[in-house]
Design a protein around this ligand. Structure first.
Ligand SMILES: C[S@@+](CC[C@H](N)C(=O)[O-])C[C@H]1O[C@@H](n2cnc3c(N)ncnc32)[C@H](O)[C@@H]1O
Length: 298
C-alpha cells in the first residue's frame, strides 16, 4: 500500500508522482466503495437524468460497441445498453470493486447478455486498440489524478471515426458549497485545497472551463470537440434529506473522517448554513450546471 497520512490517505509530500497517483486512486476506490449501496437509492434520480442526457448527446446507434468509463451504478450504462440494442455491446469499468460488483449483479438481474461490468482503471482499460465505436464517461474524468492518461486510453480503444462523450460539472454557485464546508470545518485536519474526490472542492483544474476542456481534448488527439452546458435546479426537501444525500456521494469519505463526538455539531452547522440558502418563498433550490462534451477520433 502507498504511504499515506492520517487525513484521508492523502499523498504525502515525499511521495513520487507515481505513488501519489496510486494513493489517490486507492482513495477514490475506497470512497466509492463506501457509497456503492446507497448511491443509486439516494441520489439516483439526479445521476440517471444526467446519464440519459449523456447517452442522448453521444448519438449511439444500434449495434455500436460502447465502453462506459467509471460506470458506477449504471446511470450511463443502462441507457447506453438500450440505445445500442441486442446487436450492440456495452462494457462498464469501475475502479471501485463494490460499485462494479453491485452493477454487474443488476445487469445479471435484468438478464442483459450484451453488457459486462468489471473492476478496472480507466487509465488502462485493458481492451485492444479500436475495440469500440463509442467511449462514454459520466461525471468521472475530472476526479481522476491523470485525466490526460484516461483520455489517451479512450482514444486508443476507439475505432477510427469513433465518438467520445463525457459529462462534468460547470461552475458552482459558491453559496451552495457553504453547508458542506461548515461540516468539514469539524475535521481534525483541514481539507486540502483540492480534494481528490469530486464535490467537496471541485475536481481537476483542466475541467474548470469549456475552453480548458477543449484544449485538453485537442491535446489528446480528439477532433470536433463540442461542449453544451445545461442548468438544472434541484429542490432540497429538507435538511435531513440534504444531509443524507451528502453521505451517499463520493464526499462521504470526508464526512467519515469527522470525529464521532463532533459529528452532531458538524451536522448542526451544515444545516444552519443550508437554512440560510432558502429563497424568499422558503424553498431550497440547488442549482447545478452540467457540461456534456462530445468529440471524435479521426
Ligand atoms: C461520480 S461517479 C459517476 C458514476 C456514473 N458514471 C454516473 O454517471 O452516475 C464516478 C465513478 O467513477 C469511478 N472512477 C473514478 N476513477 C476511476 C478510474 N480511474 N477508472 C475507473 N473508474 C473510476 C468511481 O469509482 C465512481 O464509481
Amino acid at each position: 500500500m502507498p504511504t499515506t497520512t492520517e487525513q484521508g490517505k492523502q499523498p504525502t509530500q515525499e511521495q513520487t508522482p507515481e505513488k501519489a497517483r496510486a494513493a489517490r486512486k486507492a482513495f477514490i476506490a475506497e470512497g466509492f466503495d463506501l457509497v456503492a449501496d446507497t448511491y443509486d437509492e439516494v441520489n439516483g434520480e439526479f445521476f440517471r437524468a444526467n446519464g440519459a442526457r449523456l447517452v442522448a448527446q453521444a448519438g449511439l446507434r444500434p449495434g455500436d460497441r460502447v465502453l462506459d468509463l467509471g460506470c458506477g451504478r449504471g446511470a450511463v450504462l443502462f441507457p447506453a445498453a438500450s440505445a445500442v440494442g441486442p446487436d450492440g455491446y456495452v462494457a462498464g469499468l469501475d475502479l471501485s470493486p463494490r460499485m462494479a460488483h453491485a452493477t454487474a449483479a443488476q445487469v445479471a438481474a435484468r438478464g442483459l447478455r450484451n453488457v459486462a461490468v468489471r473492476v478496472g482503471d480507466a487509465e488502462d482499460p485493458g481492451f485492444p486498440a479500436g475495440s469500440f465505436e463509442a467511449v462514454l464517461a459520466g461525471l468521472m474524468i475530472f476526479i481522476t489524478p491523470d485525466p490526460e492518461a484516461v483520455l489517451r486510453s479512450a482514444r486508443r480503444v476507439l475505432t477510427p471515426g469513433g465518438r467520445f462523450a463525457m459529462s462534468s460539472f460547470g461552475s458552482v454557485d459558491p453559496r451552495w458549497t457553504r453547508p458542506l464546508d461548515a461540516a468539514l470545518a469539524f475535521l481534525e485536519n483541514p481539507l486540502p485545497a483540492s480534494s481528490p474526490t469530486q464535490g467537496a472542492r471541485g475536481g481537476h483544474p483542466a475541467f474548470d472551463t469549456v475552453e480548458s476542456i477543449a484544449s485538453l481534448l485537442d491535446a489528446c488527439g480528439f477532433t470536433e470537440v463540442r461542449t453544451v452546458e445545461e442548468r438544472t435546479v434541484g429542490i432540497v426537501e429538507s435538511g435531513d434529506a440534504w444531509w443524507r444525500s451528502q453521505w451517499a456521494t463520493g464526499r462521504r469519505i470526508w464526512l467519515e473522517q469527522i470525529p464521532a463526538d463532533r459529528l452532531p455539531a458538524a451536522r448542526a452547522a451544515a444545516l444552519a448554513a443550508l437554512e440560510s440558502l432558502r429563497d424568499a418563498d422558503g424553498i431550497l433550490r440547488n442549482p447545478t450546471t452540467l457540461r456534456y462534451t462530445t468529440a471524435r477520433r479521426e
